[in-house]
Write a protein that binds this ligand. Sequence first.
Ligand SMILES: CC(C)(COP(=O)(O)OP(=O)(O)OC[C@H]1O[C@@H](n2cnc3c(N)ncnc32)[C@H](O)[C@@H]1OP(=O)(O)O)[C@@H](O)C(=O)NCCC(=O)NCCS
Length: 204
Amino acid sequence: MEIIIANESHFKYAKIISDTISESAKVRGTGIAQRTPEYIIKRLENGNAVIALEGDQFAGFCYIEVWGHKKFVANSGLIVHPDFRNQGLAKKIKKAIFELSKQKFPDAKIFGITTGLAVMKMNYELGYKPVTFSELTEDPAFWKGCQTCKNFDVLTRTDQKMCLCTGMLYDPVAAKSEEKKVNAKSFKRLKSIKEHLFLKRKNK
Ligand SMILES: CC(C)(COP(=O)(O)OP(=O)(O)OC[C@H]1O[C@@H](n2cnc3c(N)ncnc32)[C@H](O)[C@@H]1OP(=O)(O)O)[C@@H](O)C(=O)NCCC(=O)NCCS
């Protein structure tokens, strides 16, 4: 299995990606935004998507979208073909698109909205935090993407303040300061262990 940054040579997979998303939405019965093959092609050509292939066979896909003048990016459209599910592939794709997002847009907050437990779990492991929609992009083009979801009426009724999806956000600034705190804590702990051992030896 290979997970690679998509390019023009992958246009031939646009239809199967679009069909797999539609089929999964029907089976799950929950909200998933529909994506046409034309829409997928645009995502394949700009170097902001990853595709998983087993030989020539399509296995999975996810893409980055840029919102609010690069202040936010979203990792959207995660899909794993039913033949390749429950083998840890979504986790690998999520990690790949997360790393690509941080590399290409180091200052952007990374976010997603989802009803799926699997996605919530994966986002949490990557360092995302659950947030209200007020913390996400206000870019109307992002929210327009929800129009094809069957729960769009809920979003409209609440003036875009809430819906059935949970918003999750990775803030690079907050993540860095948290990392610093953890490092400082580990350093303090190591120092106290060393001091303890030193005193023990001295007292012998
Ligand atoms: C959701 C989806 C991407 C998961 O793909 P996958 O390759 O089977 O997932 P993985 O094997 O990498 O599993 C990742 C984690 O999610 C969990 N998981 C997978 N499917 C799950 C499900 N249906 N319900 C709850 N948890 C699930 C796994 O147990 C694993 O967690 P763990 O590490 O704690 O064990 C895939 O089922 C899919 O494409 N579904 C349809 C589209 C969809 O729902 N996309 C998300 C839109 S928001």
